[in-house]
Design a protein around this ligand. Structure first.
Ligand code: IPE
Ligand code: IPE
Ligand code: MG
Length: 254
């Protein structure tokens, strides 16, 4: 089923309690490869198919924004061959998937320190964003060379520049200015964070934006993650009561 068809099909889970924005830390590729006595990059390659599946499936479930953590600021420290294979894989996957994403009305956006990426990847990213800019289906946000701390420092720098130029007063800076200056400015905060691969940590992902996300950790390694595992996370989300600091009574639940 195409993403476009998927969006019009009925949602069978969650009784309408579907997260508007799902963020995923796609972890476990290296261990998947190790379990098969293969090199780490074989695990990264095996991690492409689940991306395609989950993009389609998230749209089918009525998710509006899907943010995928593909490469962190800290992942630059990995062995050079692994980094270079990963960058090559990003270029290749973008090239292969772009037309079908576009046909399926997906809007692509990338967040992260783009200036650190190779020129050929930057070019592909810019072309993909421009091509899909007018699409109105699922917004797919890919975090590459992204770190939550990098994002916050960047936002602080932008606001400092506004103050220096006299466009903003320091004592006027509020949460909305800050969140607008972040890489996901204008995008609603993730409602649900999924991390595959068994670790229970954020690893410098969307530090600001995850403030009230429901956290779901799966032991499944990313290359093995599929529709059923995604649906388990959706069911977990549907069972949560989100109070944002209020009492049950205030929310009219008790
Ligand atoms: C996630 O899988 C992909 C990236 C971080 C690029 P890993 O490569 O971290 O896989 P593990 O955690 O070593 O199994
Ligand atoms: C987080 O995974 C980054 C991505 C999935 C892109 P890592 O494997 O880099 O995180 P740590 O090292 O286990 O914290
Ligand atoms: Mg990992």
């Amino acid at each position: 089923m195409s993403v476009a068809d998927a969006q019009t099909s009925t949602d069978s889970l969650g009784g309408g309690n579907v997260p508007e924005h799902v963020a995923i830390i796609m972890d476990g590729n290296g261990r998947w490869a190790k379990d098969r006595s293969k090199p780490r990059h074989a695990g990264h390659r095996a991690g492409v198919a689940p991306v395609r599946k989950i993009v389609e499936h998230a749209a089918r479930r009525g998710v509006s924004y899907l943010t995928l953590f593909a490469f962190s600021s800290e992942n630059w420290q990995r062995p050079r061959v692994e980094v270079s294979k990963l960058m090559g894989l990003f270029v290749e996957a973008l090239q292969r998937e772009l037309n079908s994403l576009h046909r399926n009305n997906v809007k692509l956006k990338f967040i992260g320190a783009r200036e650190r990426l190779q020129n050929r990847l930057c070019k592909k990213i810019e072309a993909a964003e421009a091509k899909t800019e007018g699409n109105s289906g699922l917004t797919l946000i890919v975090a590459v060379a992204y770190g939550g701390r990098w994002d916050m420092v960047n936002a602080a720098r932008q606001l400092a520049e506004c103050v220096a130029k006299g466009d903003l007063k320091a004592d006027e800076i509020g949460e909305s200015h800050f969140s607008q200056a972040l890489a996901l400015g204008g995008v609603p905060d993730p409602d649900l964070l999924i991390r595959t691969g068994g670790e229970r940590r954020i690893s410098n992902f969307l530090l600001w934006n995850l403030a009230y996300a429901e956290l779901y950790f799966s032991d499944c390694l990313w290359p093995d993650f599929g529709e059923d595992e995604f649906d388990d996370a959706m069911a977990f989300y549907a069972s949560r009561q989100r109070r944002y600091g209020n009492t049950e009574k205030q929310l009219g639940i008790a």
